[in-house]
Design a protein around this ligand. Structure first.
Ligand code: HEC
Length: 483
């Protein structure tokens, strides 16, 4: 290999001297792909957001020394598409927060790893990126104190919800929202749901939607014995009781506050996730209304990394200085949830749910999409049907991963009368490593061991005075809170 390129170089030089042609025209040898010149720019742009000290990824990719031992793993991760985490099929849609690598970037990492992962010339090294360290990216006008959580050094921390007081004494238009955990190294995600204050709410009490989960030494969930219905640990509720659960009555205290109304609000709105920028409505000339008396339900998911830490979440808002020109609303629309239509058979690896269907009764700009299923979620697709009959797939997620609550930013103007259909598939077989019990028939429900088909989406309305309840038509309409 080295010999060949030496000969090629010698030949090229000879040709150059003989003809006076520039080297490039005279078929120069392929330049070596080096870390400093070729790979570092790719890592700075696509990987270091998560792969640097203090962030969620297990190793840093800031420098040659950091990255060199991972050369083969990096090639493998980018060639197979597992890194960066991004689940949208490239053949559909257009996303403003697209995280997929270009083919040329994949090739660069692959060639570098295959070529012995050379460092290259020190003069090629780009200056390090100045990352926002621990502080706000927006300059908040108003801060809500979120929950505090003691993250253990190891083990699995289950998804946990807390409700915190919002302190919104009057209706408030906000122009951006940033969710800021203090311990980024262990924080997988923190997501918000807005709930109307209710007198029975208990603030800052951890709520475990799945109860206490039994796990073996490796952290795998202990599956329920064959034939047992419903959830693995909590014991499945009989289908008849499930209606009650969705009304909230079956959940005590604060859990009912979050989940009892989940069918009537957007389930998940703004999130912190590694590398995800704050939600900013200013580029759309829009603001979001937080009604007086709103509390915030905060969903936290931590990944212990060996060091015990205490995380404290803060939520920052910038406030509109004047009435907004346009209005942002986060919506969710459920698929039919009754057991006659939504029942995933045992050991079925590819069950298709009835679609979630929404018709828009106003012209809207669709600015964000998020599929939401639980641990059996496998794939999802968002389709549009325009009033003129044209059909279009705007997001296809062939490999859904419950652990990443990814929101796909987009910008699509929809004329009044457009219909959006969201399809979802589930894997209730043994092949799904997150499946607590492939022998259960799984019904719709708020708990993680039940299932959901509850897509969320963001809309911008040209006229902020439009009543959000009149924007969509859907038999299972979900509304922004307080409206
Ligand atoms: C959004 C955050 C994020 C981004 C962006 C990201 N990673 Fe990762 N990466 C992770 C996390 C978290 C893990 C740990 C494994 C997991 O949870 O999936 C990981 C694991 C890895 C691994 C180890 C996989 C293994 O073999 O165990 C490699 C290699 C890797 N990432 C490379 C990359 C490269 C190269 C990029 C950029 C092209 C990148 N990552 C971008 C978060 C990220």
């Amino acid at each position: 290999m080295i010999r060949e390129s030496l000969i090629a170089a010698a030949l090229a030089a000879a040709v150059y001297f003989m003809t006076g042609l520039p080297e490039t025209i005279a078929q120069a040898p392929q330049p070596t792909v080096t870390f400093n010149k070729d790979v570092l720019p790719v890592l700075q742009k696509n990987c270091q957001g998560c792969h640097r000290p203090g962030q969620i990824a297990p190793m840093s990719l800031l420098t040659y020394k950091d990255a060199r031992p991972w050369a083969k793993a990096m090639k493998n991760a980018v060639v197979t598409g597992t890194m960066p985490p991004w689940f949208a099929d490239p053949n559909y849609g257009h996303f403003l927060n697209e995280r997929r690598l270009k083919q040329s970037e994949i090739d660069t990492i692959a060639k570098w790893a295959d070529g012995g992962a050379p460092e290259g010339d020190a003069k090629d090294v780009l200056p390090p990126v100045q990352w926002p360290d621990g502080g706000w990216q927006i300059k908040p006008d108003y801060i809500v104190e979120g929950p505090t959580y003691d993250v253990p050094p190891k083990g699995i921390v289950e998804w946990t919800w807390f409700v915190v007081p919002g302190g919104f004494t009057k209706d408030t238009w906000v122009t951006s929202i940033e969710v800021l955990p203090s311990q980024l190294a262990v924080t997988h995600h923190v997501c918000l749901s807005y709930v109307q204050h209710s007198p029975e709410v208990q603030y800052n009490v951890p709520i475990l939607p799945r109860g206490v989960i039994q796990r073996d030494a490796e952290g795998n969930e202990i599956r329920a014995p064959r034939g047992q219905r419903g959830g693995a640990v909590q014991g499945g509720q009989a289908a008849g009781q499930r209606r009650e659960a969705q009304g909230g009555a079956a959940f005590p205290g604060a859990l009912g506050v979050v989940f009892g109304r989940s069918a009537g609000t957007s389930l998940i709105e703004e999130c912190y996730e590694p590398g995800r920028p704050p939600a900013d409505f200013r580029p759309y000339n829009a603001a979001k209304l937080i009604p007086a008396g709103t509390d915030i339900a905060v969903n936290v998911h931590y990944t212990p990394n060996g060091t015990p830490v205490t995380d404290h979440v803060r939520i920052g808002f910038t406030l509109a200085k004047e009435p907004p020109k346009r209005r942002y609303i986060a919506m969710s629309s459920s698929a039919p949830s009754d057991p006659a239509q939504f029942a995933i058979p045992p050991n079925n690896g590819n069950w298709e749910a009835p679609p979630a269907v929404v018709t828009f009764d106003h012209d809207v700009e669709l600015v964000g999409l998020m599929p939401h299923m639980h641990v059996r979620g496998k794939a999802a697709r968002f389709d549009l049907e325009y009033p003129d009959g044209k059909k279009e797939t705007i997001l296809n997620v062939p490999r859904y991963d419950f652990n990443w609550q990814l929101w796909y930013d987009t910008s699509i103007k929809l004329p009044k009368g457009t219909t959006m259909k969201v399809f979802a598939w589930y894997d209730n077989s043994l092949n799904n490593k997150f499946n607590p019990n492939p022998n259960a028939t799984v019904y719709y429900g708020d708990q993680t061991w039940e299932e959901m088909h509850f897509p969320s989406y963001g809309l911008v309305l040209d006229d902020p005075s439009i009543d959000p309840r009149r924007v969509i038509r859907s038999p299972l309409q979900a509304r922004p809170p307080g409206n």
